[in-house]
Design a protein around this ligand. Structure first.
Ligand SMILES: Cc1cc2nc3c(=O)[nH]c(=O)nc-3n(C[C@H](O)[C@H](O)[C@H](O)COP(=O)(O)OP(=O)(O)OC[C@H]3O[C@@H](n4cnc5c(N)ncnc54)[C@H](O)[C@@H]3O)c2cc1C
Length: 471
């Protein structure tokens, strides 16, 4: 059995948090995967800025120590970018007609299918192609920048200073980044995680403002009873509907607390959506401590620029229609987000795969990562455990019809969440149902999903990585 596993070749693309977890759990089950990583270090762009959370370099050091501790690093080929993935062996028409995933519901199917990965290695002009029985994509969602379009006269080239995306800023080393912003007027565009992290660095502050211990509000079973879940059934659906007023009340109380205890109203920083909507949509903004002190002392200036902005020679134009409201700047950092699906779609040679992978799944491939939760690393580890169990033959997948039914349940749930969150919901957000999601993975792997000692702990205490440590 161990010898046959070693013969099964498995490729993991990406050595971020999810790729490292996938490699760790496959090694633990006797596989010898190869990890291709386009960068020069493990850990991906995992980042955090607030005092209560580890800093970027601490997260990177933790992931590096994790990779060393579990023998993952020696499986990683750094400087190796997978430029394309092609499924070969089974014709697309035959794969499209399968009733069971991979033909028979097992990870490796009948052994005919294989993946051809074309890889660009650093220091080599030539592309190399490798064959694998199974591929795990762990390429993340933060690799392709999203940049708004600008009116012809207001393009970034019109600006005499420097423009860069937050992705390029965060990939600079500390010295170069400090040099770029030292004694400069920095304009950061955006109001998400990247924007707050970048502003915090520029203003040299740390701490937390918009964030009670929201883990308790979102990751206990009790909290999950109050929200709708994919495929929940009539009883749980009724319960979630009946508890909606309680959820609304908790949300309003939280909003009142923050409006009272922070100067967000005075600075026009009250979001256009409720606390409840921000939890549903994974849009909980985390501000650094003393953020508003720095706003008061003028180190940080907050300006609204909906719905669009453009560039002029001296900085940014916030009112594109009138050309008014100019923000003078030397450097503009666009914290305008990422094209999360692009790199996933672009990696496939076959347009058919490109389409179905974004919508469902098929054929000896798994994707780990991508989903977003209150904290991402432990859901990724659960996904990695699930894939390692599947590859190890611990369970078989149900029929494709059953899986498609499950996909439809998730799609309907996502529509519902989008409606409830005022269109802010992203399909990747599992923040309010992470335990529900992990329950399903546990059941598939043959473990009891109720993992706490005592009924009170089971319902009240937030679930975390330690609860699943023995899987
Ligand atoms: C500004 C910011 C702040 C964040 N803050 C937090 C936080 O506080 N808490 C939290 O839990 N999460 C946070 N996140 C999210 C967290 O960074 C991601 O959830 C995590 O990095 C995802 O891990 P991953 O392994 O799936 O992907 P990534 O970390 O993106 O890793 C993907 C890896 O794949 C490599 N790769 C991509 N394509 C290829 C290819 N074709 N060939 C070879 N290698 C490839 C990349 O180089 C990269 O190393 C934040 C993200 C951002 C952008």
């Amino acid at each position: 059995m161990e010898a046959s596993k070693a013969k099964r070749s498995v490729a993991i693309v990406g050595a971020g948090a999810s790729g490292l977890a996938a490699c760790k759990h496959l090694l633990a089950r006797g596989f010898r995967p190869v990890v291709f990583e386009s960068g020069e270090a493990a850990g991906g762009p995992a980042a955090a800025a607030a005092e209560e959370f580890p800093r970027h370099d601490e997260v990177a050091a933790y992931l590096d120590a994790y990779a060393r501790r579990f023998g993952v690093l020696e499986r990683v080929r750094f400087g190796s970018k997978v430029v394309s993935a092609e499924y070969a062996g089974v014709p697309e028409e035959e794969a499209a007609a399968w009733e069971r995933w991979s033909g028979n519901g097992e990870a490796f199917g009948d052994g005919r299918g294989e993946w051809l990965l074309t890889v660009q290695h650093r220091k080599s002009e030539n592309l190399q192609t490798y064959k694998f029985d199974f591929v795990i994509l762990c390429i993340g969602r933060y690799g392709v920048a999203s940049v708004p379009t600008f009116p012809p006269k207001g393009v970034p080239e019109a600006f005499h200073g420097q423009v860069l995306h937050s992705m390029d800023y965060s990939s600079m080393d500390h010295t170069a980044a400090a040099e770029l912003i030292r004694d400069k007027r920095i304009a950061v565009v955006g109001s998400g995680k990247s924007a707050f992290d970048t502003v915090a660095q520029c203003a040299d502050v740390n701490g937390l403002v918009w964030g009670v211990n929201f883990q308790n509000l979102t990751t206990s079973r009790l909290a999950e009873v109050m929200v709708h879940k994919p495929g929940e059934g009539l009883l749980l659906s009724l319960l979630a509907t009946m508890l909606t007023p309680l959820r609304w009340l908790l949300s309003k109380l939280t909003e009142m607390y923050y409006k009272r205890h922070t100067p967000m109203q005075r600075h026009g920083m009250v979001p256009g959506y409720s606390f409840s909507q921000s939890i549903l949509a994974c849009r909980l903004g985390i501000l650094p401590k003393r953020f508003y002190d720095r706003v008061d002392d003028g180190s940080i200036v907050l300006r609204r620029c909906d719905p669009s902005f453009s560039f002029c020679a001296g900085g940014l134009v916030l009112d594109v229609a009138t050309g008014d409201h100019i923000v003078d700047a030397d450097v503009v950092i666009l914290a305008t987000g990422f094209q999360a699906d692009r790199q996933l779609r672009d990696i496939f040679v076959s347009p058919w795969f490109s389409k179905i992978v974004a919508e469902s799944s098929d054929a000896t491939m798994a994707i780990i990562g991508y989903a977003e939760s209150a904290a991402n690393i432990y859901p990724y580890e659960m996904m990695a455990k699930w894939v390692a169990h599947l590859l190890d033959g611990a369970f078989q997948l149900p029929s494709i019809a059953r899986m498609e039914k499950s996909v439809v349940e998730w799609v309907c749930w996502a529509h519902d969440m989008r409606r409830c969150s005022g269109n802010y919901f992203r399909k990747s957000c599992i923040g309010t149902i992470t335990t529900w999601y992990n329950d399903q993975l546990c059941r598939n792997m043959g473990y009891n999903p109720r993992r706490k000692k005592g009924i009170v702990a089971e319902w009240i205490e937030p679930y975390g990585a330690a609860d699943y440590a023995d899987i």
